[in-house]
Design a protein around this ligand. Structure first.
Ligand SMILES: C[S@@+](CC[C@H](N)C(=O)[O-])C[C@H]1O[C@@H](n2cnc3c(N)ncnc32)[C@H](O)[C@@H]1O
Length: 343
């Protein structure tokens, strides 16, 4: 979700909790979509964590984990103690554990701020982390990415911000630079932003990675959340899960990306009882995942360097996996880094 969208006024405000008004607005907009965070209620987060760890086709978790196994200490070394580790869109923070361990090894104690709209889920995961790491203080922040960054901005410690699992790539390509600029404005010279991003543009691999194993999360759980939140009578079986791949030229700034949607398999009316609202779907009409054209971008290093340049950052370091199809990249405020990486 674009953080700026959080105050969109919904078409109807009847019985809608404030945090859901943007969901109603997005569903009733001309191009129907769901904000990214809405897919991840507690059940959606649990299902997602289970799938990404065991999937044979969706390898992002494994790629990022393997980079952390080798480079967690290099990443932790990017900030001086005392430091606070911030995990944007933290979910279960399962890979983050490797960075937490490296921080604890270096600094003895550490503070950890998971930031995620899935409030209850990160609170539960945070309690487990405190049990597993007695020298760790966990301070979950249930909210949007940018609000989480603003929440930690005034802290005196150096901040190491992680944004893992290719989640940054779900931000609309039209808002990525603006959002990074806003994050940059909240950071000090000693802070770092570390992004985990997918670089796999192999069409066949991409279509397998976003295949039907996601239906229980991105269709069935999503529809059951709609029905729970809005008292509607939506039938998951009347929507088909669709994945498309938009391949952009590798020498231009715009990355390639995946477009995910649910396509109505007939002309139908969905009744939102709680909202007193009907939504009509034409046969073939889609609900897109996320507000922008992209669900998940696929980058190369040149594009990432340009992204950093446009956002007030410079590339401080980057690490790839053996196959070189996944990258963990460290951005520093541009004024403290004078050279960009080649490649
Ligand atoms: C793909 S999951 C990544 C989870 C974990 N970081 C990983 O790498 O496995 C994306 C997470 O970002 C959260 N999220 C999505 N949009 C968000 C937003 N605008 N603000 C805060 N959290 C958001 C979701 O709730 C979800 O937990």
């Amino acid at each position: 979700m674009n953080d700026q969208d959080s105050d969109v006024t919904a078409t109807t405000n009847r019985h809608v909790p404030e945090e859901l008004t943007s969901v109603v607005a997005s569903l009733t907009s001309e191009r129907r979509y769901v904000p990214q965070w809405y897919v991840y209620d507690t059940r959606g987060s649990e299902l997602c964590e289970e799938l990404i760890q065991k999937s044979k086709a969706y390898k992002i978790w494994q790629h990022e984990h393997s980079i952390f196994q080798t480079h967690a200490d290099d990443i932790a070394s990017k900030v001086s103690p005392p430091a606070v580790l911030v995990d944007l869109g933290s979910g279960a923070s399962s890979k983050t554990r490797l960075v937490i361990e490296a921080m604890l090894k270096r600094h003895g104690r550490a503070a950890f701020v998971p930031v995620d709209m899935a409030k209850e889920y990160i609170a539960t995961c945070g309690r487990q982390l405190e049990k597993d790491y007695p020298a760790l203080t966990v301070e979950p922040f249930g909210g949007l990415y940018l609000d989480g960054v603003r929440h930690v901005a005034s802290r005196k410690e150096a901040k190491l911000l992680l944004w893992l699992g290719n989640s940054f790539s779900n931000v609309s390509i039209h808002h990525q630079v603006e959002l990074l600029q806003e994050i940059r404005a909240q950071l000090s010279d000693g802070d770092r932003l570390v992004l985990g991003v997918d670089m796999n543009t192999d069409r066949e691999a991409v279509s397998q990675a976003y295949g039907d194993e996601w239906i229980p999360i991105w269709r069935d759980n999503l529809v059951s959340r709609f029905n729970k939140d809005f008292g509607e009578d939506m039938d998951a079986e009347r929507f088909e899960y669709i994945c498309e791949f938009v391949e952009n030229p590798p020498d231009q700034d715009e990355p390639s990306y995946v477009v995910l949607s649910l396509r109505s398999s007939c002309k139908q009316r969905v009744h939102f009882e709680t909202l007193g609202l009907d939504i009509d779907f034409e046969d073939g009409e889609k609900i897109y995942f996320y507000e922008g054209p992209n669900t998940s971008c696929k980058w190369n290093l040149m594009q990432l360097r340009r992204l950093a340049d446009k956002s007030g950052f410079a590339v401080d370091a980057h690490w790839t996996n053996d196959e070189e199809n996944y990258c963990v990249i460290c951005f520093a405020p541009a004024n403290v880094i004078h050279t960009s990486l080649e490649g």
